[in-house]
Design a binder for this molecule. Structure first.
Ligand SMILES: NC(=O)c1ccc[n+]([C@@H]2O[C@H](COP(=O)([O-])OP(=O)(O)OC[C@H]3O[C@@H](n4cnc5c(N)ncnc54)[C@H](O)[C@@H]3O)[C@@H](O)[C@H]2O)c1
Ligand SMILES: O=c1ccn([C@@H]2O[C@H](COP(=O)(O)OP(=O)(O)O[C@H]3O[C@H](CO)[C@@H](O)[C@H](O)[C@H]3O)[C@@H](O)[C@H]2O)c(=O)[nH]1
Length: 327
């Protein structure tokens, strides 16, 4: 298929691009390189540009006859969205609207959209299904929920075939160490802990120890980026084979506390870095764990790397490679 990938130079997009290349797709990446890197694009070509510029998107699509768009480009940091909400509504919501306008004009038939568990907010259930209430508690989640709504309304009117994938916490790296998360000043737990283990940071904080969880720290469902990437390839294949539009959780159905994750990083790295226990971080729900029956039933997706140790090992390995490359 001839595919356009927004944000394909970023962490998750680059892993999907690599798998798309291996599956034989013809790939164009559109990215403003705000947090992405040209070296991370292992297949296809890069067009540098910004989704905030509708004319640039129009030029990009003119005469190309893309058969699908995979839309990763966004701002992604929950606490930053609390401090600077308009930055999130602009890049995540308005720019998705820009993209949909171009999809309409150029009659692109399929879309895969990167959504998030943050659309569920503070769920009552421990394990969240796609039918759980949608009540985001931070602007990041709200910006993505608004995008979901626009996609569904536009699809109902136009016949666009979409797959909305609600990612839980994505972590890990390419098992061969070619690409991985390279975000400067990263805030993600596993990335931060791996930086500590590699001596990039002196220590880290655990935000909140009074949550209603087994050890008081937040519970998250960590999914290996390679398993998540596979879901995108399968979603495209499903739609190309005439499958309908879907909203699908992407997670393993197993939650780990922040303390448990930090302990695994310490154990596998053999480094006992300092950890400070501090107050809750604004916008953090206590527990987010995915029900994943729907993605298994609809796409036939099954994880290949569902062990937390596998995720952490690949993240530690990548961190070492990345720090070596930078120095
Ligand atoms: N990382 C996670 O745990 C997680 C969880 C749930 C959902 N998501 C979603 O997955 C997607 C990818 O996240 P990621 O972790 O790879 O982040 P990332 O920051 O590594 O990648 C985002 C990419 O989009 C590009 N970009 C951003 N704004 C752009 C714009 N206006 N125009 C063109 N390019 C732009 C960046 O340069 C970068 O290459 C995002 O939509 C995010 O909301 C991520
Ligand atoms: O230095 C740190 C970093 C994180 N945490 C905690 O670790 C958990 C996970 O945090 P983080 O890795 O920042 O991820 P989330 O805030 O859960 O958000 C991620 O996961 C969401 C889906 O669940 C995605 O939508 C977001 O894009 C992605 O950033 C939270 O309880 C944090 O408070 C710490 O205690 N110390």
């Amino acid at each position: 298929m001839k595919v356009l990938v927004t944000g394909g130079a970023g962490y998750i997009g680059s892993h999907v691009v690599r798998q798309l290349g291996e599956a034989g797709h013809d790939i164009t990446v559109f990215d403003n390189l705000s947090t992405g890197y040209p070296w991370a694009i292992l297949s296809g070509k890069l067009v540098e540009g910004d989704l905030g510029d509708p004319e640039a998107i129009d030029r990009l699509m003119e005469g190309q006859n893309f058969e699908a768009v995979l839309h990763f480009a966004a701002h992604i940091v929950v606490p930053e969205s609390v401090e600077n909400p308009l930055k999130y509504y602009r890049n995540n919501t308005r720019n998705t609207l820009n993209l949909l306008g171009a999809i309409e004009k150029h009659k692109i038939p399929r879309l895969v959209f990167s959504s998030t568990a943050a659309v569920y907010g503070m769920p009552d259930e421990t394990v969240i299904s796609e039918a759980s209430p949608l009540q985001p508690i931070n602007p990041y989640g709200a910006s993505k929920l608004m995008s979901e709504q626009m996609i569904q309304d536009f699809a109902a009117a136009s016949g666009l075939n979409y797959t909305i994938l609600r990612y839980f916490n994505v972590a890990g790296a390419d098992l061969e160490g070619r690409i991985g998360q390279a975000t400067p000043e990263a805030t993600h737990l596993i990335k931060v802990a791996c930086e500590c283990a590699n001596g990039v940071r002196d220590g880290m904080k655990i935000f909140g120890t009074d949550y209603d969880t087994r050890d008081g720290t937040c519970v998250r469902d960590y999914i290996h980026v390679e398993d998540l990437a596979k879901a995108h390839i399968m979603a495209l294949a499903h739609m190309a084979a005439g499958g309908g539009s879907n909203i699908l959780n992407c997670g393993y159905g197993t939650g780990f506390t922040v303390k448990e994750v930090v302990d695994v990083v310490k154990k596998l790295s053999g480094v006992d870095f300092p950890v400070e226990l501090v107050d809750r971080r604004p916008g953090d729900p206590g527990a987010l764990v995915a029900a994943n029956d729907r993605i298994k039933a609809v796409l036939g997706w099954e994880p290949d790397h569902a062990e937390l140790e596998t995720i952490v090992r690949s993240a530690l390995n990548w961190e070492k490679i990345w720090q070596g490359r930078k120095s």
